[in-house]
Design a protein around this ligand. Structure first.
Ligand SMILES: *Cc1c(COP(=O)(O)O)cnc(C)c1O
Length: 389
């Protein structure tokens, strides 16, 4: 780990402190968050890269405050996210707005705020945006979201940069899209945008992305179009299996790779949109054990948290490290499940935990990204509280 701060990063999860709180509970370690953000900005700053925080990973106030403090812009995928960014003090000039299905109301709001850039995903969207901008007597700055057909080697539900996905404009459509843009007087093309997926841990995927970006840059140059910026999206993964060893992702390698392989034109800016890599490790879902139930092959540890608090295991078959914070006994094997009436409501199968009893505190780690934001009220469940330490 090339981390340069004076203290080693660590996650603060003090069982005595947590005992005082009702569960299920989201716990965010703001120290770890700040260390992460500092390191990311330090590495991005080496190359003058601009990083936007993807609000959809976690839009809680204190998280957004920290992002602003460390100079991140905002990457939004809904009108309410644009609103949350503006209301939390992000400057409109640092806000980008992506998404395949922006509604008229969302577009109008973003136009009124004069955000930095709309990342547009189809020619139909361009026509509607042009029309709405014309009605307001303004010009919308846009980047074309291009589908580069690069395989992110990640779960199929979080792969977005393949031709079969709904996202972005395909290479063979670009010529027609450019012809269209030339006719639209209330659209100004300032960049190109890519986002190929999430939880990408193999950096060669990003190298492949750079190669494709360079090819598209050539394509635009051949048509005498100067792009002010290239936005390469987000997707950098985190270590769900050994969070303790890798609390902070290797931003040095990540940004260094783009610096090495992207071929830029003079004066061109590079933008990033990171979500998960910035916030996943600082968040933990803390739960109490309600019951232990003996099954045919394993025992069930039944928690008071379920897929309504953290849906990632049910939705993406994703792994989260599970720890018992209050027992030091001999290890036993459990299926760790929630209380919801769905068999997919399971946090982990055949998990070795110290012998676990009713009332024990269980930590489900690396839950800061795509955790609380995806909570639902299914089964009329109440929303879990969040604390910041
Ligand atoms: C979700 C999303 C991101 C962030 O992805 P992470 O994997 O969390 O870094 C960035 N850009 C766009 C357009 C997105 O939809």
């Amino acid at each position: 780990m090339e981390f340069l701060a004076e203290t080693e990063p660590m996650l603060n999860l003090n069982p005595e402190q947590l005992q005082q709180h009702a569960t299920p509970l989201y716990v965010y370690d703001l120290n770890l968050l700040r260390q992460t953000l500092q390191f990311a900005q330090q590495e991005a700053g080496k190359y003058n890269f601009h990083v936007h925080y993807a609000l959809k990973a976690n839009a809680n106030g204190p998280i957004l405050d920290a992002m602003r403090e460390f100079g991140f812009g905002a990457d939004c995928v809904s009108g309410n996210e644009v609103k949350a960014a503006i209301e939390n003090g992000f400057a409109a000039k640092d806000v980008v707005f992506a998404g395949v299905g922006k509604s008229d109301a969302e577009i109008n709001y973003a136009l009124e705020q004069e955000i930095f850039c709309f990342n547009c995903e189809s020619s139909h969207e361009l026509e509607v945006l042009n029309e709405l901008a014309e009605k307001k007597g303004t010009v919308a700055r846009i980047a074309l979201r291009i589908n580069p057909n690069v395989n992110a080697n990640t779960h199929k539900y979080i792969t977005t940069g393949l031709e079969e996905n709904k996202f972005g404009i395909n290479a063979w459509e670009l010529e027609a899209v450019l012809d269209l843009i030339q006719k639209l007087k209330h659209i100004q093309l300032i960049g190109i945008h890519f986002h190929i997926g999430s939880q990408i841990t193999d950096l060669t995927v990003f190298k492949n992305l750079c190669t494709r970006v360079n090819e598209f840059q050539e394509w635009f140059l051949a048509r005498n179009i100067m792009l002010e910026h290239v936005n390469v999206g987000g997707g950098l993964g985190v270590d769900y299996y050994a969070p303790e060893q890798n609390l902070i992702p290797d931003f040095a390698a990540y940004f260094g790779l783009f610096n090495q392989f992207l071929e830029l034109r003079p004066g061109q800016q590079v933008h990033f949109e990171l979500g998960r890599a910035l916030v996943a490790q600082c968040g933990t879902l803390v739960s109490r054990v309600l019951y232990i139930k003996n099954g045919v092959t394993t025992n069930f540890a039944i928690l008071d948290a379920g897929m309504t608090e953290l849906i990632r295991p049910a939705l993406y078959q994703s792994y989260h490290k599970i720890q018992n914070l209050t027992s030091q006994k001999q290890e036993v094997r459990y299926d760790v499940v929630g209380p919801i009436c769905e068999s997919s409501d399971c946090f982990g199968k055949a998990v070795n935990l110290p012998e676990t009893n009713r009332g024990d505190l269980i930590a489900i780690r690396t839950a800061g990204a795509y955790g609380e934001v995806m909570a639902s009220g299914y089964n009329l469940r109440e929303k879990a509280q969040a604390i910041y330490i």
